[in-house]
Design a protein around this ligand. Structure first.
Ligand code: BGC
Length: 520
């Protein structure tokens, strides 16, 4: 069997330092940047199934829904206009992340977060006050800009602040906030939908202001990362800052490595063109493939359309929201498991276990739905036990995602890019994530209508592909200092052909040093 995984942690450099309460608090505040993303993911599906919202903004969709008494469960909700509302935001986020790359690099991570918070506030206000469809769309564009900025900066901020031993757990704070945002939004939708007078949707959309204010004020009190300070020439301040965050005086080794990384970075004039250099091929591939695969797990089919989906498989509309809350809770809980284990068990183990778990669940759900609805999609009086079995497997699938591709889809890219391409590569990561979130959201209902239960097999196929990819091509990054990461590529059976010692003469790691190469 080929030696595909590199066992790490302990076989390389370890800088002095501990997990100080200062780092812990700053990381908790920064991680809250994930709340805005999560809130939006969770709120859209519920709002677009509120009748009062549909009657006001999408009357034709509402009429169609009312008139359409078809018994074909697969095609009930197929409406492009409505999905366009949900997914328009992701296009805005995609564009914003490209601008955010420059802001993050030139002005530092915290200013990107601040912009993100402010833009999201604006979007929330416009949406809550919306009188016309164009106000709704304008609001969503602002929300998208906000997400583009914060998803660009928060994961980088967390990975740069954290001591390498705890980087995984601290970075996953971002995903934890995403999941908390989703859950909070699902709960709020449930209650707001019941408001008499049909204006509950305004509260749901306007509620986005709360997470937006948290990140706006949070970013004002956050310090910048030493990496970013050095990159912007504030060398002395960076030294003081590094001492403070590591809680030790002896930071010279780490500091020197940061300066070397920054010097490398200064030689680069155009980080975008630079990304295309052969030596960055591994990072570029990961920046594209990791977010692509994350979305092709099909998770957002559950996140956006859980109410619709549960309705389809035989729950009433109230029960379907409750089921969405159940999946939301599982999502939060399983993310905590990942936080606990990521720096102990490593990234690869979580990826592979999570992938297998998702695969099994997708196949079972496809069989359950196929067996009951067949190809036509007609089914009456579904037994309760049947719906319960489907919910159990959907929850197990969500748990698999929540301790693997969910958090790791943000963690791994943020820790593998060298400083000189970090902002640009992160923006590729965010953009690809947004494009595929958009595509999945946009085509899901049509796909459900045409592929029927085969939709779950479609995603299962990709889960297989991505697990094989991780097995052969993703090196373990647990515990390796972020500015030392080049060595994982140099030691990797495949990627080593792209990276040579000359490419990274200063990474402080000798190739001749014996390393543990694990055969997985
Ligand atoms: C993904 C989102 C997804 C969420 C679910 C995130 O990591 O990027 O697309 O909705 O996880 O928890």
């Amino acid at each position: 069997m080929p030696a595909v995984g590199i066992a790490s942690g302990g076989d390389g450099k370890e800088y002095p330092g501990k997990l100080t309460s200062y780092v812990l608090v700053t990381c908790i505040i920064a991680a809250m940047g994930g709340l805005i993303f999560g809130y939006d993911i969770g709120i859209s599906g519920g709002v677009t199934s509120m009748d009062s919202f549909l009657m006001k903004f999408f009357p034709s969709v509402y009429r169609k829904k009312e008139l359409d008494k078809t018994t074909n469960q697969y095609c009930q909700y197929d409406s492009q206009t409505l999905t366009m509302f949900t997914s328009s935001l992701y296009l805005a986020a995609l564009m914003a992340s490209i601008v955010a790359a420059t802001v993050t690099r030139k002005f530092g991570r915290k200013w990107s977060m601040l912009f993100g918070g402010l833009l999201f506030c604006a979007g929330a206000i416009i949406n809550a006050a919306a009188k016309t469809v164009w106000m709704l769309i304008l609001g969503r564009i602002f929300l998208g800009f906000g997400i583009g900025f914060s998803n660009q900066s928060v994961p980088l901020y967390l990975s740069e602040m954290a001591p390498s031993k705890f980087r995984g757990a601290l970075n996953i704070g971002f995903q934890l906030s995403i999941t908390i945002g989703i859950l909070a939004a699902n709960l709020l939708n449930y209650f707001f939908a019941k408001i008499k007078g049909g204006w509950g949707w305004r509260l749901s959309l306007g509620g986005a202001i709360v997470p937006a204010l948290i990140i706006t004020f949070g970013s004002l009190v956050l310090p910048d990362t030493p990496n970013s300070m050095i990159e912007r020439g504030q060398t002395e301040e960076a030294k003081t800052q590094l001492r403070r965050i590591r809680g030790v005086d002896d930071i010279s080794e780490e500091f020197n490595d940061l300066v070397v990384a920054s010097d490398e970075s200064k030689k680069i004039e155009d980080p975008w063109r630079n990304l295309l250099q052969r030596k960055y091929r591994p990072q570029l591939c990961m920046a594209i493939l990791i977010p692509f695969f994350q979305q092709l797990t099909g998770i957002n089919v559950i996140m956006f359309y859980a109410p619709v989906l549960f309705d389809t498989i035989g729950f009433g509309s109230d029960a379907s929201l409750i089921s969405a809350v159940i999946t939301g809770t599982v999502n939060v809980a399983a993310t905590c498991v990942s936080m606990y284990g990521v720096d102990k068990w490593g990234r690869r183990k979580l990826f592979l276990e999570g992938g297998t778990q998702m695969l099994i669940c997708q196949i079972v759900v496809a069989i359950c739905i196929g067996a009951k609805f067949g190809l036509k999609g007609d089914a009456d009086n579904l037994p309760k036990w049947y719906a319960i079995v489907v919910v159990i497997f959907i929850c197990t699938y969500v748990a698999g995602f929540a301790w693997s591709w969910g958090p790791l889809g943000w963690l791994v890219p943020s820790e593998i890019f060298p400083l000189e391409i970090r902002s640009a590569a992160q923006s590729v990561n965010v953009s690809v994530n947004m494009i595929f979130t958009f595509i999945v959201a946009q085509v899901f209902l049509t796909m459900l209508c045409h592929l029927k239960f085969g939709l779950f097999l479609f995603f299962a196929f990709f889960v297989c592909v991505m697990s094989v990819f991780v097995y052969f091509f993703l090196p373990e990054t647990k515990g390796i200092p972020i500015e030392e990461m080049s060595r994982v590529w140099k030691q990797h059976w495949y990627w080593k052909r792209f990276v040579t010692d000359e490419d990274y003469p200063n990474d402080g790691y000798e190739m001749s040093k014996p390393t543990t190469v694990k055969t997985v």
